[in-house]
Structures are given as C-alpha cells and as structure tokens.
Design a protein around this ligand. Sequence first.
Ligand SMILES: NC(=O)c1ccc[n+]([C@@H]2O[C@H](COP(=O)([O-])OP(=O)(O)OC[C@H]3O[C@@H](n4cnc5c(N)ncnc54)[C@H](O)[C@@H]3O)[C@@H](O)[C@H]2O)c1
Length: 431
Amino acid sequence: MMDISIVGTGYVGLVSAAGFAEKGHNVVCVDVDEDKVELINNKKSPIYEEGLGEILSVVCDRNLKATTDLESAVNSTEVTFICVGTPSGDDGVVDLRYIRGVSADLGKILSKKDSYHVIVVKSTVIPGSTEDVVIPLVEKNSKKKASSDFGVAMNPEFLREGAAVEDFANPDRIVIGALDQKSGDMVEQIYFDFTAPVLRTNVKTAEMIKYTANSLLATKISFINEIGNMCKEMGIDVYDVAKGVGMDHRISPSFLRAGPGFGGSCFPKDVSALVYKANKIGIKPILLESVLKVNSMQPLRVFELVKEKYGPLEGVQISVLGLAFKPGTDDMRYSPAISIINSLVSSGAKIMAYDPQAIENAKKIFGDSIEFASSAEKALKDSSLALILTDWEEFKNIDYSVMKEKRVFDTRKIVKTDLLPDDVEYEGLSW
Ligand SMILES: NC(=O)c1ccc[n+]([C@@H]2O[C@H](COP(=O)([O-])OP(=O)(O)OC[C@H]3O[C@@H](n4cnc5c(N)ncnc54)[C@H](O)[C@@H]3O)[C@@H](O)[C@H]2O)c1
C-alpha cells in the first residue's frame, strides 16, 4: 500500500481519494477551502455523488484525512496527485493558475524533502502543460531535476459525474503518461488492484488522449442533436433513429441521446481549449468549432420551440424540471438549463424550478430571478407548462395532471408516455 496526497478535493480529487483509500492506500486530501476540509474530516461529502458519502463514512475513520496543510501532506506521502480545477479562460484558453500555484508550492516543499517523490497531474491540461508549466515551476522552486530527483507523470481521469464513484473503481482503461520508467511504475503500482488495462505513454500523449476522448464524445452529442433537430421537422423520432444507428458495433449507442446540449465542467471547456490550442498551432479546427456552435445553439432551439408552441410567455408559469447538466449530480457548471431559463425569464415567463440535487448551486446562479420548489409535484402545481431539462429518473412517472394547464415539453425523452393521463399534452424536443 502507498501513501498518497491529493491536492484539490473537487469531483475528481475527492472521488479519487475515496477510491484509493477504499483500496487500502493511506490518503491525505489537501484543499485551500477550509469548509470542504472540515466537512470531509466529519465524514461528509461537499459534493453529491452516489456512494461517496458511504465510502467517506468508512475510510475517514481509517486511512483518509483532509487538511489545508500541503507541506505536511507531501512530507507524509510518496506520491502527490494534482486534481485542482483547470477552468476556461478568455477565448477558451485553459486557465492554469491553480496548476501553477500548486506546482510552485510543491517545488518549495520538495526543496526540503530528502526522499524521492512523484508528482502526478490528474487535472485535465492541454498537451505540453505538464512538461512546459508544471515541471519548470517545480524545478525552479525545488532546485531539483525532474526524473533524477523527483518523478513526474500524467494520469488523466475519465470518470463521469453522476457515476463518478462507479467509474473511478471500474475504468475502461488507466492511462499513465510518464516522464521516465520509475515514475510510471510508481503510479502503476497504485492501481495494482484495478482490473482495467493500463496504457503507458509519454506525458504529452496522455494529455492528448483525455482531450481527444472528450472531444469525440462531445462531437457525438452535437451530431445527434443536429440530426434530432432535422428529425423533429420531418416527424421522425430521433431516439428510434439513434437506436438503429447505435446497434452498429462500430458506432455504439452511447452519447447518442439527443437533448438540450452538453454542459458540465468538462466538455465545453475541454473542446474550447483544444480549439484554442489548434488555432495557436496553425490548424483550423473546423469540426470542433462546429461541435461548439451546434451546442451553443441547442438551448436556443429549446427556447424557440417553447415560445413558438406555448407563447406569448409573458406571465406564464413554467415548471422547469431538472437544472443540473445531467442526472446524478448537483453540478450546474455550463448546464444548458442556465441559458434556457434566462431566455424564458427575459420573455416574461415565471419559472418554478425543481431539481433533486442542484437547487443550492442553482440559487447561486439565478438568485431571486426564479423560484424553487422542494418537490416536482410542488413545482408543477399552478403551472401551465412542465419543461423537462434533465433526465432524472423521478421525472419518468410523476403526476403531471396536477398542473393548471396539463402540458409537458420533454427535452430528454424521459417521461413514460404510456403512463401519462390522456388529458396531458406531451411534446418532445427532437421527436
Ligand atoms: N468533474 C469531472 O467530471 C472531471 C472529469 C475528469 C477530469 N476532470 C478534470 O479534473 C480537474 C478537477 O476538476 P473538478 O471538477 O474536480 O474541479 P473542482 O472545481 O470540483 O475542484 C477543484 C478543487 O481544487 C481546489 N483547489 C484549488 N486550488 C487549490 C490549491 N492551490 N490547493 C489545494 N486545493 C486547491 C478547489 O478549492 C476545489 O475544491 C479539472 O482539470 C477537470 O477538467 C474533471
């Protein structure tokens, strides 16, 4: 078993920490956010992910602790994973300020640490960042040399929010991009108990694998959304089309569910970052630019269809069911619900919103421009339209007949229409 420190206790850092601790490693989590650290040490998860609370309640008594003290965490461990955020900056460029900060701090700490230490970048960083940003900062601040004095690897994370615990424990593959054999071997040792195949690459390739995977998945979503928009106009159900297409083993049915567009903390920022990088190196990323454009238009498409079918919207109460960018998470980052709701509010609609997990995060975004209900049924009462934006299971079969005007507009094809009362009018986004 190994002693591991993990910097950043967000979706990736905390889930990785819990997963490694569950496997028996001794894990120290580090975050600058004192509230998060306190919550974790009290066995509570600062984020919603199924199963995470249960794991923390076991490992926090055993082999996982959290601290704000990076130095003590590094000194008591042999490997440090960097899991801080890499948000989008201007024009989509990846903002590496947190990566830079941690790298400089790690350098200062390593300057005083005698034993060999490996730094593993798990955050998603554009190819070249580990070698051109992380390593120089650690070397400058430690006065030590990468490879000979300390190890470096890049180990991208592929977990999906909403299924993060399950994905971390059962990945399709483990990619380890190492600067040298010893660094890569140390990281591979951490994963000794995982059944997934391990792919060893150089550092840059590991970074690029992550961007390529996310860009391809985002492309599938924009592709099916464009097809879905055509299907709607032709009276065809895109979900039947996707089923027929996805049965082809070369294509697979995954990521072919049409909807209001992709969101979350990864796809929008990662595709934008790759587009930015491509332009910088003289490659015109025509396909990926279109993927982003289709995605930015899709929430508008939802709004236009709602306005066309149910407008004028002035004074109309709309129940928005689902705010998170996908089910199983409380994450609102880049959720298509944000621009759809803002457009509806601008048109004078009164929004009564409900989400099983994301209301607290949504309140920070919408303030008092919309109202929130504590259950789907309460949100539906007195409304003239139910607008489903996230495919939470519980929206499949609720009592839509409590509405003032019984009308449902479903962007995710989640409602079980065979169970809907006859007097409920049902319409889909792309069927
Ligand atoms: N969220 C996902 O589904 C997902 C999946 C795969 C990869 N990633 C990538 O993983 C990285 C982290 O994403 P996330 O969603 O977990 O981010 P997050 O925003 O949820 O968490 C980042 C955490 O880092 C902490 N932090 C910032 N600076 C720090 C510092 N100097 N020291 C200690 N802690 C610090 C923040 O307080 C925060 O808790 C990003 O690069 C992201 O692209 C995310």
